[in-house]
Design a protein around this ligand. Structure first.
Ligand code: E4P
Length: 218
């Protein structure tokens, strides 16, 4: 399973990249706004910086247009920023048409705002490279986000779809583990749940004891 970081914050992207386990980055308009990035020039510069930071990893950049022509124009501009940009397109009717257009024209896409298996089937049929089920937001509504990952993984395997399942809207380290178990190809997570995977009290206790005992033979 690939690890993406779900942020537009450069320090956090650097920290995850330095761990050596990062395969890419996902952003969305809310995450870009959080970093105070304003205006086309600043947005383009920020995406370019992220692409250079992760060096070869995929970087999802989201369109804000909602009509076919607008999505295609915006997507072409985003894709021209850097070869590693993946155009993030919402699961709406014109988004599906645009993803098919991008797929026919060699531009990679990530279908975002996916909340059902039916939507994931449409994304695959449209030729999306990634499909992003938002599992945390599903859990927030008292449904089971991880179960949706399992269902999509089953359908994609039975049907032979090549679209990669990118589990998004991650809220905890346990979500990451459950997504790995359920068959996600990629998980995109904020930094904290990724770092949380490191933690176990027995590791801390065991290390303290080893370091204590090491003093005896030094
Ligand atoms: C990533 O592709 C999504 O935009 C993101 O994971 C959504 O996360 P949220 O539900 O925490 O906003």
């Amino acid at each position: 399973m690939k690890f993406f970081i779900d942020t537009a914050n450069l320090d956090q992207i650097k920290e995850a990249h330095e761990l050596g386990i990062l395969n890419g980055v996902t952003t969305n308009p809310s995450l870009m706004a959080k970093e105070g990035i304003k205006g086309q020039e600043a947005v383009t510069k920020h995406y370019k910086t992220i692409c250079e930071l992760v060096d070869g990893g995929d970087v999802s950049a989201e369109v804000i247009s909602t009509d076919f022509d607008g999505i295609v124009e915006e997507g072409k501009k985003l894709a021209a920023i850097h070869p590693n940009i993946v155009v993030k397109v919402p699961m709406i009717k014109d988004g599906v048409k645009a993803m098919k257009w991008f797929s026919d024209n060699g531009i990679r896409t990530n279908c975002t705002l996916v909340f059902s298996a039916g939507q994931a089937i449409l994304a695959a049929k449209a030729g999306a490279n990634y499909v992003s089920p938002f599992i945390g937001r599903i859990d927030d509504g008292n449904w089971d986000g991880v179960q949706l990952i399992e269902q999509i993984a089953h359908i994609y395997s039975v049907q032979g779809y090549e679209t990669e399942i990118l589990a998004a809207s991650i809220r905890s380290s346990l979500h990451i583990v459950k997504c790995a178990e359920a068959g996600a190809d990629v998980v995109t997570s904020p930094l904290e749940p990724i770092l949380g995977l490191l933690k176990h009290p027995l590791t801390d206790i065991g290390l303290a004891k080893f370091l204590e005992d090491a003093k005896k033979f030094q």
